[in-house]
Every structure is written in C-alpha cells, then in structure tokens.
Design a protein around this ligand. Sequence first.
Ligand SMILES: C[S@@+](CC[C@H](N)C(=O)[O-])C[C@H]1O[C@@H](n2cnc3c(N)ncnc32)[C@H](O)[C@@H]1O
Length: 215
Amino acid sequence: MATPVLSAAERRKLDESDDALFYAEPRFVHHLDAAFRSRLTRLYRDRIAAGAVVLDLMSSWVSHLPADGGYSEVIGHGLNARELQANPQLDRHWVQNLNADQRLPLADASLDAALIVAGWQYLQQPEAVAAELLRCLRPGGQLIVAFSNRLFPTKAPQIWAEASDGERLATVARVLIAQGWPRPELIAEATRAEGPLGWIGGHGDPFFAVLASRP
Ligand SMILES: C[S@@+](CC[C@H](N)C(=O)[O-])C[C@H]1O[C@@H](n2cnc3c(N)ncnc32)[C@H](O)[C@@H]1O
C-alpha cells in the first residue's frame, strides 16, 4: 500500500480523458533538446554499471542510454506500442496506463536501475508507482527520475502543471521518501545549447534529476 502525499485536487488534470487516446498515435519526435539528452546520457554512463538490468519506464522510441553501456537487459514501458517497437535500446517492452493501474508486471528485486524521463509529470498516482519501483529494484539499485521544464500541460496533474522547477524536484523527493525511499540526491543544472546558439552562450533545456538508491 502506498502512502498518499497528493491531495485529490493536486491529482486532477485539464484533460481527464483516457491517456491511451492521447498516446494512440506515435510521436517520433524528441521531447527534450540535444543538450538535455547528452547530459542525461552522461549521467547514465556515470551511474549505471555494465551488466545491469534496466527498466525505462514511460519510454518512447528513445531511451538516452549510452549505446556501449553493456547492460544485460533493457526493459521498456510506455503507452504507444509502435514507439516502443522502434526503440533500438529495448530488449522487450510492454504497454500499460499507469494512471489506471500502477502494479508493474515485474518480479521483486529484479532490476538494477529504473529510469523515468519526462514522464513523472503525467502520473496521477505517483506514490503507488514509487512504491512499485521500490519493490522491483534490488538493494543498491538506482532510481533516476529526469525532467526539464517542458510538458503537455493538459495531461499534467495540477501539482506539476502549477509548480516551479524547485517545487517539482521537492514533490518527487517527498513522494519517494513517503514510500520508504531514502532522501534522494537532487540535480538542477543549466545546459549549454548545442551548435551555434551554444557557441554564443545560449542555453539548452534545463536539466533536473532526482536520484535515489534502494537501501
Ligand atoms: C514526453 S514523453 C517522454 C518519453 C520518453 N521517456 C523520452 O524521453 O522521450 C512522455 C511519456 O510518458 C508516458 N506516459 C504518459 N502518460 C502515461 C500513462 N498514463 N501511463 C503510462 N505511461 C504514460 C508515455 O510513454 C510517453 O511517451
């Protein structure tokens, strides 16, 4: 049983229609810019060991993992089967609406790393998902929740849609701690745009991450 943190109002979103409809058509686009993506790949390279069993929850046609990471298995989950089929980093995947059912079809202590990129912001029951990830990670296993300041505003619950960047980091941490995760590490960084804009000091998408390790 997950420990509730959000109020009913904080879970509401403008578009309450079935999320499966919103994701019915594949979107073969990047949701985050190149600067954000390369910062994320560098983080994965630093934190996820070769041989790891990795879950990319709320994934798409890209997972941002280093191509030479040497993971033993990368499992993907999302809402669009065609995007997941096109993701070259996934060994297998499944489709599940986490706002309808938070139980993950994975064994206890079966993962070394679990990743959520630009996905937490759409969770209406983040407490139950956080509790499930705690169950599925091995002791010492890493959870990495990464996001920027972009979102589909009608699909984000009020707690995310109306929050500042700092409040979003604090919310993820609060939900994790309430489910028994230890105090997470928080990363908030500006990025440098790639290409000519970056040469003159232009910024890329800001990079935020919450990292926690299962005791
Ligand atoms: C902005 S995309 C990010 C996808 C991917 N992680 C990436 O970095 O490109 C948001 C993703 O969240 C997932 N998602 C959104 N709502 C969901 C829901 N109710 N249940 C399960 N997954 C959901 C979908 O897989 C969708 O592709």
